[in-house]
Design a protein around this ligand. Structure first.
Ligand code: AMP
Length: 418
């Protein structure tokens, strides 16, 4: 038989980590629903064209897409991110604006797998469509910052920039391209190739030889309109008003072609250089239109779940929650008592488990230990005869007999439930 293993870049998330994932999603839901965002569940695959609207110079689209023809001949793709799907849903359903939604779930990118970089990875995020208000930009950023704080993270750094409006970006892109061409000899081969496709992306390069050229490059803020500049100033003041710390990073351009005006990124300074980015977002005022809808501004962020949890590990916060049962029922008679008592306990709101296959008392007590239960209920032939149950608080070395009819009250007492 072949030995089956997960495909490269994918993983099984097992307990206790899986419980941590769920509680991560719960904390996120609580944070964003308290700010008026409602839950959206977009499909995991869409017509390829939906994602192509993210821009032909976007690497996620050009190089990393999981696309295929289905049996009906449709060219579809697994979603590489969820903003495009949310905008497609907006165009399809035309909800009233502002439309504030949040999502959570896996995305797929054909990347080179390494720690913190997977081919299937989870993101949580929000999108707010239909409002141009710079205070909304600040609200969205503040929400992400609050969520990180809710997880207990302290070493999160926020970088922010503006990309100006559509025309501004083009103007800047040309100015930058001219400068980069003049300095082409000093750039790496990779950056020279990027320059041909999309000069802005050269600014993302972390390669040493490119740094000198990038440092002296013209900055976008000198090329943007007064309105875009005012928008940015208001966002910064609104962040100041909430005491949110940030650093203005003139080189921050981020991946998607549709980003306009505000763009931001969160990095964890507790992580190693290769995967410090734990989330990011920005305005994408042209995307709804590109998907066939009316001109509609939009802003959002996506936070990487996998990587944020690595940051939690590094800061030793947000450990896995306890999922252990309250009670473990040990039945050495025939298993039926455990069967019925577990059902009774569960029906009354207790978390209960048991052993199967009529194992020995010793083996069942071992399972009780492993289960993390706070008490064991033990039933042997003597207990059956007298209609009693032995109640053992785990780890105490003590036990006492209770009447079977008093079970629920005694369990409540032993668990210290008022
Ligand atoms: P992006 O959608 O590229 O703006 O990424 C937003 C966040 O998602 C990043 O900051 C990462 O935390 C996370 N992320 C992106 N790609 C991956 C990946 N391949 N594996 C794990 N996390 C990822």
């Amino acid at each position: 038989m072949p030995e089956f293993k997960t495909s490269p870049g994918t993983r099984d998330i097992l307990a206790p980590d899986s419980a941590r994932w769920r509680s991560f999603q719960d904390v996120f839901a609580r944070t964003v629903e308290a700010a008026g965002y409602s839950y959206i569940i977009p499909p995991m695959f869409e017509d390829l064209d939906v994602f192509l609207r993210l821009g032909e110079a976007t690497e996620v689209v050009t190089k990393e897409m999981y696309d295929f023809h289905d049996k009906g001949g449709r060219h579809v793709a697994l979603r590489p991110e969820q903003t495009a799907s949310v905008c497609r849903a907006f165009v399809e359903h035309r909800p009233t604006t502002p439309w504030k939604v949040w999502y959570s779930g896996p995305n797929f990118r054909y990347e080179k797998p390494q720690q913190g970089r997977y081919r299937q990875f989870d993101q949580v995020g929000v999108e707010a469509l239909g409002a141009d208000d710079p205070l909304l930009d600040a609200e969205v950023i503040a929400l992400a910052a609050k969520f990180y704080a809710d997880l207990g993270l302290k070493k999160v750094h926020l970088s922010i920039n503006t990309l100006g409006d559509e025309g501004d970006r083009e103007k800047y892109s040309q100015k930058l391209a001219k400068y980069l061409r003049e300095n082409e000899k000093s750039l790496t081969a990779e950056s020279r190739a990027t320059l041909e496709r999309n000069p802005l992306r050269v600014l993302d390069s972390k390669r040493e030889p490119d740094q000198k050229v990038i440092e002296a490059a013209p900055v976008i803020r000198d090329s943007i309109s007064t309105t875009a500049n005012e928008h940015f100033e208001t966002v910064l003041q609104a962040l100041d008003a909430l005491n949110i710390e940030y650093e203005i990073n003139n080189r921050l351009v981020r991946g998607l072609d549709y980003y306009r005006r505000t763009t931001f990124e969160f990095t964890s300074i507790a992580l190693e250089a290769a995967h410090t980015a734990i989330g990011g977002g920005g305005r994408y005022d042209g995307l709804v239109e590109a998907l066939g809808g009316p001109a509609t501004p939009g802003i959002g962020f996506a936070l990487g779940l996998d990587r944020t949890l690595l940051a939690c590990d590094a800061e030793k916060v947000f450990g896995a929650p306890l999922t252990a049962v309250d009670v473990f029922v040990v039945d050495t008679v025939n298993g039926r008592h455990a069967h019925e008592l577990c059902h009774l306990l569960r029906s009354n709101g207790f978390r209960a488990d048991r052993a199967y296959d009529l194992r020995s008392m010793k083996a069942q007590m071992k399972s009780a230990d492993r289960s993390g239960a706070k008490i064991a209920l033990i039933i042997g032939s003597e207990e059956v005869e007298k209609s009693t149950i032995m109640l053992r608080p785990m780890g105490s070395g003590e036990q006492y007999s209770i009447a079977r009819k008093d079970l629920l009250g005694e369990v409540r007492k032993a668990l210290d439930i008022k």
